[in-house]
Design a protein around this ligand. Sequence first.
Ligand code: OGA
Ligand code: NI
Length: 364
Amino acid sequence: MEAKPFTFRSANGTTPLTLSSNFILPKDRRPLLSEVLTSASIPIIDMSEQEQSSGDDGRAHGEPSPLVQKISQACEEFGFFQIINHGVPRDLCRKMMTAVAQFFQLPPEERAQLFSEDPTKPVKILNYNLKIEGQEKVSMWSESFSHPWDPVDDFAHLLPTNPPLYKEVVGEYAKEIGALVSRLLRLLSRGLGLEEDCLQKRVGERPRLRAQANMYPPCPDPEQTLGLAVHTDLNALTVLLQSEGVSGLQVIKDGKWVAVDPVPNAFVINLGDQIQVLSNGRYKSVHHRAVTNKKMERMSLAMFYGPNKDTIIGPIEDLVDEEHPPLYRSYHFAQYLDEFFKQMGTRRMVKEVFELRHQGLCGS
Ligand code: OGA
Ligand code: NI
């Protein structure tokens, strides 16, 4: 396949002064940046708090700890939160971000070799786009590098050897993120009143683990385009590291866009569609997008954790009763993925395809 040029950079590496037409969104799809709320924010949760009720702190044994309660509330109300004091060494996160930056500084010809539009290719650079009825696809103002992240021995040989730092650091980083995801899934399980290993078991023993490094170059006109189109994540849980000091991620809260400004040494955690289905709608997979800015390059690294194709996903039985009828039918994750790829490039409504309608609940 012919490699695609990265058109948001001119030959001399600088950003052009005007957007070429393939990046310009129709008026009704533009980000309306002046309407983004700056007063609201998603919860910031300190993970150094005690997880387990010790019984000597006045709480009954087994009662959810304040940490579980805070996370649970964030999952119900926002589907997004940031965590601090999460235990992943700050130095490692810095090194990982430096490696991501070095990767995107590789010469365009070298990056172009990794470019692919084949969804089955395990390691690739992609440029997302949006299908718009009656017109050409609109390219997003970003470049994304996608690859598997665990177990390290199975994927390390697939990674490019350049920059060397990337390969060096990502294995160690993946191990830390794996442990963090397990801890988060335990906390989420408790929040739902389930056995603490429940969610991780449901997602399955051989999870689908994809990493996606995103790079958003400075953009001449942030009002007319997007870095990443509005979407929900297809997986179960995402751990996102974003470059310090540059804002761009936004989430929907009560119909309004809220900026997720970077907090030093924090991760952004968000729930994907599979947790919404498993929790029978209690925990939310929320629409989000990335916007661009005129001055600063922004990068992020998303670590996606989700089921593999053979895993059956559906509302967990303990969360279903007369008052809470199942909102979704069960499916193999492969079926979800088929639907996902069918809807690729549109404002996806994938989990909605698996919704069950109940008498009396219609329209709610
Ligand atoms: C994603 C995503 C947001 C960001 O990769 O799915 O939502 O801030 N990224 O880069
Ligand atoms: Ni996302």
